[in-house]
Design a protein around this ligand. Structure first.
Ligand SMILES: [Zn+2]
Ligand SMILES: [Zn+2]
Length: 418
């Protein structure tokens, strides 16, 4: 017997109902905000991620599915969407003509993370990215959109929004220096990962899940005390606009996105319902990324939603049963088959989910199958009914049965389904 690869899983049954609901709700929401869908390849040259995510990140250091293809080129399954999208933006010349560009995407991502509850190596993210706009009003709108996504999924009670500013290349170095000094004086408490981060990227120590690192981080200097004038006023404007938009948030001065190209606004939608894996969606401004990847001086901001986590929360919130057929059609073999099958066709054509017994077995056996199918209605085409151009329509919930003209059947069923 074959089994799935570790960290990969099948999605089926009633889970599909949650996924379809979420995908549909997000697509609709993005559209109302004016986003255009982007379908990105699953495989990219490894260099795209090395550059676009950063060599010193956990993702690039140890979590990518990387292999050499037949031409000797190193390729990787995408671990996230932003780097690919920026690659596509530059490659396809989408900066011409200039103007605000809003893209959204949805798809599978791949990371060789340590398997743990609720974390998969193939997972699904939905993201939104906006390029060519620096306005703090956009930052506030992106944060609002992320919360609206939770609303659309029906899980807004389970999440809250945290925001921060992480400064810019002007003001961050001074903070970084202070942070390095602070942690250097407390080396003995840091985990081995953070000892490495100390030189390369001390901001990421603030993100470490290790208990010791978390404790020393509590009294570490906070970036908000080091923002330059421009970053400070940008952050003030973001907060002001969030208030105007009526979007609730709290400032978490310890939230960082430890990547050099991230600037200013960082935000996370967090939940207390999923244990340690607390972010269900996160994003930030990345004004330096397009330049870093070989494009122009183009500002950008985006977020990604962990859809698997959203689905977990949706399941806690409401139970959606697996969809069953609307109608099971029971008919005799022989000359009634033609009428039965054309009725199936007619009902399906009217958007009604219709099932029947492919064996066209005895009436009794077909009724049994109709019961087992869980269909909402059973249509019975008996000898008498066919003669008179009628069918018996049985409501499987109430058990009541009535006669109905074949010609009116589709309409009658449709009305009763709403
Ligand atoms: Zn600054
Ligand atoms: Zn650590």
């Amino acid at each position: 017997m074959f089994r799935t690869v570790k960290g990969f899983h099948d999605i089926y049954g009633e889970d599909i109902e949650y996924w379809e609901k979420l995908e549909g709700a997000l697509k609709k929401l993005y559209k109302t905000y004016g986003f255009k869908e982007f379908r990105l390849p699953v495989l990219e040259k490894t260099a795209v991620f090395n550059r676009g995510i950063g060599e010193t990140t956990d993702i690039v250091e140890k979590e990518m599915f990387t292999f050499t293809d037949g031409d000797g080129e190193s390729v990787s399954l995408r671990p996230e969407g932003t780097a690919s999208l920026i690659r596509a933006y530059i490659e396809n010349g989408l900066g011409n003509p200039p103007g605000v560009k809003k893209y959204c995407y949805m798809g599978n991502m791949f990371r060789r993370e340590r398997p743990q509850k609720g974390r998969f190596r193939q997972f699904t993210q939905s993201g939104a990215e906006v390029l060519e706009c620096e306005s703090p009003l956009l930052d506030a709108e992106m944060i609002t959109l992320l919360l609206d996504a939770a609303k659309a999924a029906g899980i807004e009670d389970f999440v809250r929004m945290e925001i921060n500013s992480i400064g810019c290349p002007e003001c961050r170095p001074a903070y970084r220096k202070k942070l390095t000094e602070y942690f250097s004086a407390r080396r003995e408490v840091l985990c081995s990962d953070c000892l490495r981060r100390l030189d390369k990227n001390p901001l990421r120590i603030l993100d470490c899940k290790n208990e010791g690192c978390k404790r020393v981080s509590e009294d570490a200097p906070v970036i908000l005390d080091y923002l330059c004038g421009e970053c400070g006023s940008h952050f003030d404007s973001v907060k002001k606009y969030l208030e105007k938009l009526g979007t609730p948030y709290t400032v978490n001065s310890r939230m960082v996105r430890g990547l050099d190209y991230y600037v200013r606004t960082a935000y996370e939608m967090v939940t207390d319902k999923l244990g340690a894996a607390s972010a269900v969606g996160a994003g930030g401004r990345y004004d330096g990324l397009v330049r870093l990847m070989g494009g122009g001086e183009i500002p950008g901001i985006g977020f990604a939603i962990g859809m698997d986590r959203v689905v977990s929360l949706m399941k806690e919130k409401e139970r959606i049963a697996e969809r069953k057929a609307d109608v099971f059609i029971v008919f005799f073999s022989g000359k009634a088959e033609k009428i039965g099958l054309s009725l199936v066709k007619e009902l399906r054509g009217a958007g009604i989910t219709a099932e029947y017994d492919y064996d066209v077995a005895s009436m009794k056996s077909q009724m049994k199958k109709a019961n087992r199918s869980g269909a909402r209605f059973t249509v019975i085409l008996g000898e008498n009914e066919i003669e008179s151009g009628k069918a018996a329509l049985k409501d499987m919930e109430s058990g009541s049965q009535k006669e109905c003209n074949l010609a009116d059947l589709a309409e009658t069923i449709k009305k009763s389904l709403v």
